[in-house]
Write a protein that binds this ligand. Structure first.
Ligand SMILES: [Zn+2]
Length: 493
């Protein structure tokens, strides 16, 4: 039989953080070696970069399935089983049913699985699949610990390194000086040491057409090429205040609120992870300290700015950049909004000002949020769930969790019974579908309970709209040039 091979590659963001072994390049070279060694001339790559294995809703996976159906391929190869998926019920269905029904041979290279070979090796499939499923649940915790350990060891885990540095090809956690960029950093610090203000440095760099990071590293984002070549004050300030240029690593400056909410907030300074002299310095510590002093002198002494309820959440609907809240210096002056992109490049007319009165916008938004919360009717949903337990505490959540785990175990057992032919496929399908539905229901209840617990602990008796609640509820708010308000919530509704 001549094989037409589909080489399937998947990488999720989580996998990426776990190290090199799962990288696209690594998977690709492994799979290429396989087709070469076996002299398969017809093969096609399917790559889902940035997709989790917990479901099969991935564009290239779907393309592969449609190629199987049109007869374009009749063999599927992955590096290991978890590349196919981390949901063991779903994986089992492909391995046990779908692939055989379509005469497709499936091979998981490093797991030694080959569906055409009647080897005892294949018996481990369900267990491998269960492990992969478990792994997906556990992975976020593992990554966090792994990242923290690396940060404490003074290893760079920030991804793309700042201008002036690059990572070693064989050690992505090690920063080294990038000679093509470091001169720019030195130039900026030298100008600052001469007493130039941020504004003067900006003008100087733009006049001399000194390339920016976006020019040097290739364009990203949506602004035009011309704008990418223009230095702005914020970037220069970030460079002049970044300790990384003295050879120290300062990490863990931002954290996630919790595993359910993607919102990232600043970590208090005392919790930062600082490791000194982890890499070669571009600027010596003495010069860095001098610049720090000079910057403080140049800076107007700002009175401590009070934090506004919606700080950091407001964005421009038209250009997607942040809207700043400007507070006038004179007393009783009204705060107003301004689109940062507009402000930064006002001459280029890239956006409009969006200069609305902040307090009016804030009360409008609070009104919308209150309406939203009322419409959710969280209380009513919870009453139904907790009919039998007035005490809606951790015990209740535990009970539901135990119930769910019981059902999962039962499902596992059934799956194995099916493989052992103790029950037939029809019966398995019928019963397992019901159990899966029940598990889904329980999981929904759990999610609601946990959400509610979060809400309860934040909002004593009456629902007061405070900063913390806002950060938990809302991802971002966009305001259009016509003053329309778009609120993006952190939860499904
Ligand atoms: Zn704008």
């Amino acid at each position: 039989m001549s094989y037409k091979v589909g080489l399937y590659i998947r990488l999720s963001k989580e996998d990426e953080k776990c190290g090199e072994s799962e990288s696209i390049t690594n998977q690709k070279s492994l799979l290429l070696r396989f087709v070469r060694e076996n002299c398969y001339a017809q093969f096609e790559f399917y790559v889902d970069d940035g997709y989790s294995g917990t479901n099969f809703d991935r564009p290239d996976f779907k393309r592969m399935i449609s190629d199987i159906e049109s007869g374009k391929i009749n063999m599927v190869v992955t590096k290991d089983l978890s590349r196919l998926g981390r949901d063991y019920i779903g994986c089992g269905e492909y391995l046990e049913k779908y692939f055989p029904a379509h005469n497709v041979r499936y091979i998981a290279l490093t797991d030694n699985i080959d569906t055409t070979l009647d080897s005892s090796q294949n018996d481990i499939v369900p267990f491998k699949a269960i492990m992969n499923d478990y792994y997906a649940k556990d992975i976020s915790k593992k990554i966090k610990t792994a990242l923290l350990t690396k940060q404490k060891d003074g290893k760079w885990v920030g991804g793309c390194p700042p201008l002036g540095y690059m990572v070693l090809e064989n050690d992505k956690n090690k920063l080294v000086i990038n000679p093509d960029e470091a001169w720019i950093i030195k130039k900026i610090f030298n100008l600052a040491l001469k007493g130039k203000t941020i504004y003067q440095i900006k003008e100087h760099l733009n006049k001399e057409k000194i390339p920016t990071a976006s020019i040097l590293r290739g364009a990203r984002g949506n602004s035009s090429m011309a704008l990418k070549g223009i230095w702005n004050a914020k970037t220069i300030l970030n460079i002049l205040t970044n300790r990384i240029y003295t050879g120290d690593l300062v990490q863990h400056k931002k954290i996630k609120l919790n595993y359910k909410i993607k919102k990232i907030v600043s970590n208090p300074k005392e919790n930062w992870i600082i490791v000194e002299d982890t890499h070669e310095a571009i600027i010596n510590k003495e010069d860095f300290r001098k610049v720090e002093e000079l910057l403080n002198k140049n800076k107007r002494i700002k009175k401590k700015k009070e934090e506004r309820l919606l700080d950091g959440l407001l964005y421009c609907y038209e250009c997607k950049h942040r809207l700043s809240i400007c507070t006038p210096r004179k007393k009783n002056g009204k705060s107003y909004l301004v689109c940062n992109y507009y402000r930064m490049y006002s001459k280029e007319k890239v956006c409009t000002s969006h200069a609305f009165n902040y307090d009016n916008i804030e009360s409008e938004i609070i009104k919308l949020i209150k309406e939203k919360i009322n419409s959710l009717d969280i209380k009513k949903i919870n009453l139904e769930i907790t009919k039998n337990s007035d005490k809606k505490d951790d015990n209740y959540i535990k009970k539901i969790e135990i119930e769910r785990d019981k059902k999962i175990k039962y499902l596992d057992k059934m799956y194995i019974d099916k493989l052992d032919n103790k029950i037939d496929t029809n019966m398995y399908d019928r019963i397992s579908n019901n159990i899966k539905l029940e598990i889904k229901e329980l999981e929904k209840i759990l999610e609601l309970e946990i959400d509610k617990k979060d809400l309860d602990s934040n909002s004593e008796k009456t629902l007061e709209i405070n900063r913390e609640l806002i950060l938990r509820l809302i991802d971002k708010i966009e305001i259009s040039k016509d003053k329309d308000i778009f609120i993006y919530y952190n939860f499904n509704h």
